[in-house]
Design a protein around this ligand. Structure first.
Ligand code: 13P
Length: 253
């Protein structure tokens, strides 16, 4: 957390919520938001609820996001959704490279890079997720893995796009497990990511937000966010209930 970067509290709903459940949740979040919160807030419902949530969010400051996108603008790609369609649906952000996409759907660093560039091309802001598995951490390969994901994920970036990026560090072993990286462990990797961003982005690295994700809760959010290079949270389970999500938003200042 630093004055140079506005905290972003992002809820990734994953494969949860029917349209009606999504409407109820977003109404509860809107009702519970207090005036004067400093954090930017974002929610990423599943595709089927984007329109319903966009309608609820109209006129509010909460940003809409998608959880993934294909890299082509349109075409014969059954089952896929393009960044152009997501812009049309009212999205502002698109998550790319989430570890669940990498694990269950085979997304490679090259795929993630194509998605990231396509999201930028459509005028949206990508949230690039990177992070190591427990085996990689135990083998002391964390920084190596994160560096490759970051460099390959950001390949071919145009100068203008350097200011339109968000990075999320999500250690795979901390996702949905209740095992959170300690603030010290997270800060070490976030500082490393920012040092790499300085090489890739130049001065834009100072204003690029690096979110932490992995079992963020109302109990641990404030200490994580007090670290100098942790600029927000990408929240899974705790974003599915208004009460816990609102507490994490409040922890953002
Ligand atoms: P949890 O908060 O449920 O661990 O999920 C984190 C995550 O994957 C957010 O993208």
């Amino acid at each position: 957390m630093t004055d140079k970067r506005q905290i972003l509290i992002a809820g990734n709903w994953k494969m949860h919520k029917t349209q009606e459940e999504a409407r109820i949740l977003v109404r509860e979040i809107l009702r519970g938001l207090t005036y004067g919160i400093k954090a930017e807030v974002m929610v990423a419902p599943p595709y089927t609820s984007l329109a319903a949530v966009a309608a609820e969010l109209a006129g509010s400051a909460i940003r809409l996001a998608a959880q993934d996108a294909f890299w082509k603008p349109q075409g014969a790609y059954t089952g896929a959704i393009s960044p152009v369609m997501l812009a049309d649906a009212g999205c502002h952000y698109v998550i790319v490279g989430h570890s669940e996409r990498r694990q269950h759907f085979g997304d490679t660093n090259q795929d993630v890079n194509r998605k990231l560039l396509a999201v930028l091309e459509a005028g949206l802001i990508p949230i690039l997720c990177i992070g190591e598995t427990i085996e990689e951490r135990q083998a002391e390969k964390t920084l190596h893995v994160v560096a490759a994901q970051l460099r390959e994920g950001l390949a071919g970036l145009s100068g203008e796009a350097r200011d339109r990026l968000v990075i999320a560090y999500e250690p795979v072993w901390a996702i949905g497990t209740g095992l959170t990286a300690t603030p010290g462990q997270a800060q070490e990797v976030h500082a490393f990511i920012r040092s790499l961003l300085r090489e890739v982005l130049g001065p834009a690295a100072e204003t690029t937000r690096i979110l932490y994700g992995g079992s963020v809760t109302p109990d641990n959010a404030a200490t994580l966010l007090s670290e100098p290079d942790i600029d927000g949270a990408l929240v899974g389970g705790a974003s599915l209930k208004a009460d816990s999500f609102l507490k994490i938003i409040a922890a953002g200042g």
